[in-house]
Design a protein around this ligand. Sequence first.
Ligand SMILES: *Cc1c(COP(=O)(O)O)cnc(C)c1O
Length: 402
Amino acid sequence: MATAAFPIPVLPDTTGHFGHFGGMFVPETLMAPLQELATAYTAAQADPAFLTELDGLLRDYAGRPTPLYFAQRWTEKLGGAKIYLKREDLLHTGAHKINNTLGQILLAKRLGKNRIIAETGAGQHGVATAAVCARFGMQCVVYMGKVDMERQALNVVRMRLMGAEVRAVTAGQATLKEAVNEAMRDWVASVDHTHYILGSALGAHPFPMIVRDFQRIIGVEARRQILEKEGRLPDLLVACVGGGSNAIGLFHPFLADENVRMIGVEAGGDGIIPGRHAARFQGGKLGVLQGTKTWLLANDDGQIQLTHSVSAGLDYAAVGPEHAYLQDISRVDYTYATDAEALAAFKELAHCEGIIPALESAHAMAHVAKIAPGLSKHTLIIANLSGRGDKDVEQASRFLLP
Ligand SMILES: *Cc1c(COP(=O)(O)O)cnc(C)c1O
């Protein structure tokens, strides 16, 4: 089936903008290194040796391609649309994060940098970074909020086992935003020999582009797989949105396909009450945070609001600038799922399919559970199962078990 082309320009532009969003809001000392990174990245993408090495690592180290799985029992239970899950949960280290860290460690190697820094919230990006640093024999420092270190103690042990130094950040809310600040501070002082592996499609240009491109493999594979299985493109894509990397990775290869609808699901927390959620498109405003201009949660005086979500990976005050653009041009719809809805979907998928999703991914599943019953049996949905829920079992058990 041919689908009409949706007119999406190639973005970002040369200044790193996606429409009104994105850009490079960084200290002067970082401008040259970011330009250098953009140049090295463009050269790498045109170098067959780089692409071949990355393909080999994605296959043999990370476990790609990931399956596109027909969730038959869940589909029957919901009684409407046909639901496929893109199984990023099966990847090495447990989530899609490894797609990006493998690409960026190869970039660091090209740049001649042998020290890596990263920020992490739930610890998934920290673990994926620690793994590739061990694999390439590079020094690794991960900044993590002290509160997150307590909430995700197992991931701290995993990072340390793989040789990473985990530095506790105690400022402010002592979570992801403060960890990013510390990583940026380190980078300003160490950029001549250090590469910063940013974990989502966020931050200053060229990071939102680089992270998106390394995550596009999700959508490229899903597109090929659904054509093999169903002989046509899907009607709807659904993914959770923290910074937005798993979502943009799935969506991007379908953007020009006018008949493919897309929905990004943010963290609704306890509901859309200031300070109790992390849904930037619900009650957020335009502003600049940590290098990029985008939708974020701030008070009237511009102070960044507290955020809350049951899933640490979605608990961040700003959304990736390309999502802000895709919302602005009405190409992608954004909604939210609350903590309670995500926990219900977490349990339902475990019961129905024997798959325990990450609490982040459970937000996407919650939205699928909401809409699938009202759609026809001929509607094809691909939902991104961005990670596995092993890390969340203890937390979930407090809510779900008697
Ligand atoms: C980190 C994480 C997310 C959120 O990050 P995005 O950049 O929005 O994808 C979602 N799901 C899982 C499993 C994660 O680990």
